[in-house]
Design a protein around this ligand. Structure first.
Ligand code: CP3
Length: 350
């Protein structure tokens, strides 16, 4: 068994006692860090993902510079559609673009079956190298998009306001939508299992676009597939975190997926969610990412109010309610981590 020097994050995921609340930050390996920008200036985004040395370097940066209690492997949720044969381009300012989106049976026929150990071996190599370089300092998190969120990108082809294309698909050809979601679930379960096998200590499923669905549609097109993945992941005691942004309903059903941790965005009330489901799962979140634009005193007060909202006891992992924004001051991110470390001790003294 691997001996970690800091296992606060893993203990919190399992709702075990900790001396203080652990913190990591979604999108912590990213553009707000000048050290990331320096690596990125030499290589484009996908090259960074596909070069284990570069991926490991930027994965570890926030551990060294910001002081977080877990690392998350540098990669992207869109490497799965890319491995299926979709041509991915990352555009400055515009975000990711697929020029040949999947909208019909014949488009879907173009998709290749993915074996993670082959087409995504570079991610597994990055995990293995990062584990070696981390040398047990903190746990390493692996991740994937949820089937629904990946399907959204694959069908829309780019960022969207109304998600008209993917909605057209679910309402007019739900059979194809379900077949694609089912196939994605199998790949994602294999992929997350392979990441755990390569050394990841926990995995997070990002359902970034779960919140664009009505409650009924969420229960049909997103949740059952997340449940299927969690039941298929090969793991020993590695926790699974389920983050569904903008989903305020069906919390009990989200817990029934078998997730060990629910990630909450900043529009949720941590204390209320804890009352409803906190005896069954740990909770992760949920500071508004834009609070990092405020001054340090304000950030500190907001950290305290998130900690108070959860209250005393175990099962809280501090995080933002969504990814850290690229134009925040890294000094504020460092201060955030320091405040959580200092202010959370009193919530764990008993
Ligand atoms: O959290 C981490 O630090 C690990 C790395 C990570 C990235 N993307 C790196 C990245 C993770 C976990 C992701 C997940 C991801 N990617 C999600 C789910 C999380 C979320 O934010 O909801 C989504 C929706 C994507 C798709 C994606 N990738 C978008 C929309 C963009 C462009 C806009 C943006 O936020 O930057 C990307 C590119 C991307 N992924 C960058 C990084 C560091 C920026 C690339 C660059 O350097 O130019």
């Amino acid at each position: 068994m691997e001996k970690l020097k800091n296992d606060l994050f893993l203990r919190a995921c399992k709702r075990q006692p900790v001396e203080r609340t652990p913190i990591w930050i979604m999108r912590q390996a990213g553009r707000y860090l000048p050290e990331y920008q320096a690596v990125r200036a030499k290589a484009d985004f996908l090259t960074m993902c596909k070069t284990p040395e570069l991926a490991a370097e930027v994965t570890i940066q926030p551990v060294d510079i910001i002081g977080v209690d877990a690392a998350i492997i540098f990669s992207d949720i869109l490497v799965i559609p890319e491995a299926m044969g979709m041509q991915l381009e990352m555009h400055e300012g515009k975000g990711p673009v697929f020029y040949n989106p999947i909208r019909s049976e014949s488009d879907a026929k173009q998709l290749k079956k993915v074996v993670p150990e082959k087409e995504l071996e570079y991610v597994l190599d990055a995990v293995r190298l990062t584990k070696k370089e981390l040398d047990g300092r903190v746990p390493l998190i692996g991740f994937s998009g949820s089937p629904w969120t990946l399907l959204t990108y694959m069908v829309e082809g780019r960022g969207s306001k109304n998600f008209s294309e993917v909605k057209k698909l679910i309402y007019n050809n739900s059979k194809l939508a379900h077949r694609l979601l089912n196939d994605l679930s199998d790949v994602i379960a294999d992929y997350l299992s392979a990441k755990i096998e390569a050394g990841c200590n926990a995995v997070q499923i990002f359902d970034t676009w779960g919140g664009i669905l009505s409650q009924k549609d969420f229960l049909e097109f997103s949740l059952p597939y997340v449940q299927k993945i969690i039941s298929q992941i090969k793991r020993k005691d590695e926790p699974v975190i389920f983050f569904a942004k903008g989903v305020h309903h069906n919390l009990e059903k989200m817990v029934d997926t078998g997730a060990d941790v629910l990630g909450l965005d900043w529009t949720m009330n941590l204390g209320e969610v804890r009352k409803r489901v906190g005896d069954r799962v740990a909770l992760q979140g949920n500071l508004d990412p834009t609070v990092l634009y405020a001054d340090r005193n304000y950030i500190k007060q907001e950290v305290i109010s998130v900690l108070q909202s959860f209250g005393e006891g175990n099962g809280h992992i501090f995080n933002l309610g969504h990814g850290v924004l690229p134009d925040v001051d890294p000094e504020n991110v460092k201060a955030l981590v320091r405040f959580v470390k200092e202010e959370s001790k009193i919530f764990h003294c008993s």
